[in-house]
Design a protein around this ligand. Structure first.
Ligand code: FAQ
Length: 311
């Protein structure tokens, strides 16, 4: 019954162990996971767009091959996460319908445009850097399928982060024009990448419960502070500046601090009014419609196989 289920669930969480798909779980826990995991999956799929935009314009064959591999990894992460979310009793079709109807969120960061080649560097260094900072603790999330998916995804994200860093390193040691392009990309992606961690702790309605359930291990501000520290140290190696004079390691708290972020802009992006929201959704809908024949063919094939097996 539910009482025994709840007692088992509480005990598993208390000893910091894993909940598996066949275990009883509270409806709110299931719902919180579906929300976060499907948002995460949608982010990977929508997140392919800003970079796919540069595949045909990558400056060399080597860069093109690397970028294609990275974008394919993102498709893989999305599919992996949809599968993990399906273990909670929602179908991929339902999740896709929620996304296409504008009812499901995806990360704010993918509503910004990738305007120069240096943006491929900044996305890898900062966006994937933020993703790793956020996702390494999720490898210890209490829901087994999510935690296990994160282990593999984080390995690929660290490759992505290094390739972005390397693009920026090469540009910053290139011509003055290339260095300026790298600096401009870092300037534009800095604020949005810090906001990927979500609203400040004082304004984060889900954090407390998610942390009590061992889904989240650290608060949004804690992870943001760690990320700023990583950027500050690596920017020195890159020879680039962070566009934030307030970045410093506070000697009293031992924490990295940053200047104010534009939370009105964040709210606008979440409300669908960011620079590329409409374009991203339109592209996603077109891709979904364009793939209809593949889904129909796969369904027809599955039906034929099932009919044959039943004979
Ligand atoms: N964008 O109460 P909280 C990637 C929403 S990495 C949009 O603090 P929570 C890799 C939040 O859903 C990006 N919405 O929420 C890649 C909530 O709304 P709701 C994906 C946001 O869940 C790299 C409301 O605000 N990573 O894709 C954002 O405790 C390069 C209140 O916020 C993940 O999804 C945002 N930035 O904490 C791919 C990681 N922040 O549902 C391609 C997993 C907050 O109540 C290229 N997710 N909201 O209506 C998480 O860790 C958490 O869900 C947070 C938000 C930290 C994002």
């Amino acid at each position: 019954g539910d009482d025994a289920g709840q007692a088992h669930f509480d005990a598993v969480i208390a000893r910091d162990s894993r909940i598996e798909p066949t275990d009883w779980m509270p409806a709110d826990y299931r719902h919180a996971l579906i929300r976060q995991m499907s948002q995460h999956a949608h982010s990977e799929i929508i997140g392919m767009q800003p970079e796919a935009n540069w595949i045909t314009r990558a400056p060399s064959l080597k860069r093109k091959a690397i970028l294609m591999a990275k974008v394919q990894d993102e498709a893989g992460h999305g599919l992996y996460l949809y599968s993990a979310t399906e273990t909670l009793g929602i179908t991929r079709d339902e999740m896709t319908a929620q996304l296409l109807a504008g009812k499901a969120r995806y990360s704010s960061i993918f509503n910004y445009p990738a305007v120069t080649w240096a943006d491929m560097g900044a996305i890898g260094w900062m966006v994937d850097g933020a993703a790793i900072t956020n996702q390494v603790p999720l490898c210890r999330a209490s829901y087994g399928p999510y935690a296990r998916a994160m282990v593999r995804i984080c390995k690929e994200e660290s490759f992505h982060q290094r390739q972005g860093f390397e693009i920026l390193l090469e540009l910053s040691h290139g011509t003055p024009g290339q260095k300026a392009m790298a600096q401009d990309a870092v300037n534009r992606w800095y604020g949005p990448s810090l906001m990927m961690f979500g609203p400040p702790d004082t304004d984060s309605p889900n954090s407390q419960q998610s942390m009590a359930w061992n889904i989240k291990r650290f608060s949004n501000d804690e992870l943001r502070s760690r990320f700023v520290g990583m950027l500050a140290e690596q920017a020195k190696v890159l020879g680039l500046e962070l566009p934030d004079p307030a970045v410093r390691l506070n000697p009293d708290t031992g924490k990295w601090e940053h200047g104010p972020l534009d939370w009105d802009e964040f709210k606008n992006v979440l409300a669908g009014r960011g620079p590329c929201n409409a374009q991203r959704m339109e592209r996603r809908r077109a891709a979904h419609d364009g793939g209809a024949w593949v889904r129909e063919a796969a369904a027809a094939y599955a039906a034929k196989q099932a009919a044959r097996a039943a004979q």
